[in-house]
Design a binder for this molecule. Structure first.
Ligand code: MG
Length: 341
């Protein structure tokens, strides 16, 4: 099989701000795999500086691998284990290849990926739409523009957290999720949970620092709102470590290495009676679609990355009754926009 890859700049509709960074564009990397029959599989790497990954490091990592000797895409266990050793900590590069391999397999079998995983789209939960950090006026305005979403996720971790939530609550009564992106101490989190509970918050994502597992355990023991780990969980081993420390985990394909690894993590979380959220980075419809195919398995969906960009090169996902749904076309069910005319 032949592997090629190219970088892409995704331009954001608005500056996307969280407590530790702000951005106007994201540089991702697309991957294409072509088999001996000319079938194509596509994947997307969404590298994050937080995990020491950039478009350059992903391209560099991909330049070290070859699929020339691989003729059988169905041997995913062998292929991904081998690539995982070669790509080491560049898990978003592995994700893009895993995604492209799954797309190719779906196309070879002529079934959408959710069917390959034994799933059905009637069970897809609604997605949240993210409101990034901005002035209270801007956040109110963004909330009014997101009236067709059934739940919103609000980025917190600033001195005026309460003011931001009040601004949003003044114009909507939908369930709100909050994401502190590791900004609070245990004491701050305990205080914040009290007023967040009164505001009808559905869940709190990553209130504490990545490695503060003892703090997470103490907070989860007393929290009336589900506590979900995000930055603290990258791999299946992390899901095991977090047992008893949080109510649930936010799994993202680009953190863990792709669909195959994410499926394992969901199974491990379920075996430990943990809740599961499926999240994303800023990604095109291509990367988001891969997660969408697994979304019937989870409690909370946060797959809005493609809705935050203005130059999505792919189409194929639809937003219906607050849910992001795939097509019933084979593989990921995604097409490049330029060839759709
Ligand atoms: Mg998060």
């Amino acid at each position: 099989m032949d592997l090629s890859y190219w970088p892409i700049s995704l331009e954001l509709r608005d500056t996307f701000r969280i407590n530790r960074e702000a951005s106007d564009r994201r540089d991702n990397v697309f991957v294409k795999i072509v088999d001996e029959f000319g079938n194509e599989g596509l994947g997307e790497a969404a590298p994050s500086r937080y995990y020491q990954q950039t478009a350059n490091s992903v391209s560099q990592a991909l330049s070290t691998i070859s699929l020339t000797g691989v003729s059988e895409p169905f041997r995913l266990e062998d292929i991904t284990n081998d690539l995982s050793k070669k790509l080491q900590n560049q898990r978003s590069a592995l994700t893009a290849v895993d995604m492209a391999m799954h797309d190719l397999i779906g196309k070879r079998l002529k079934i959408p990926l959710y069917r390959l995983f034994g799933l059905h789209c009637t069970q897809v939960p609604v997605t949240s739409f993210t409101i990034g950090i901005a002035s209270p006026d801007e956040m109110r305005h963004k909330t009014e523009g997101a009236a067709h979403f059934h739940t919103l996720k609000v980025k917190l971790g600033m001195a005026n957290d309460r003011e931001m939530i009040s601004a949003i609550r003044s114009v909507t009564s939908v369930p709100l999720r909050v994401d502190a992106n590791a900004a609070w101490t245990v004491t701050e989190a305990v205080e914040n949970l009290k007023w967040l509970y009164d505001e009808g918050i559905e869940l709190v994502e990553q209130p504490l620092a990545k490695n503060d597992l003892d703090g997470f355990r103490r907070l989860t023991d007393l929290s009336p709102i589900p506590i979900i780990a995000d930055e603290s969980v990258e791999t299946p081993e992390d899901v095991i470590k977090l047992r008893g420390c949080v109510h649930g985990v936010n799994i993202k394909l680009n953190k863990c290495g792709g669909l195959r690894e994410a499926f394992k993590m969901i199974s491990i979380a379920r075996a430990q009676e943990m809740q599961v959220m499926l999240g994303c980075f800023i990604e095109s419809s291509l990367g988001i679609s891969a997660a969408v195919h697994l979304s019937p398995l989870v409690d909370y969906v946060d797959l809005d990355g493609h809705l935050l960009i203005q130059n999505d090169p792919f189409r194929g996902l639809r937003l219906q009754d607050g849910k992001v749904l795939p097509t019933d076309q084979a593989g990921l069910g995604i097409q490049p926009i330029e060839s759709s005319a």
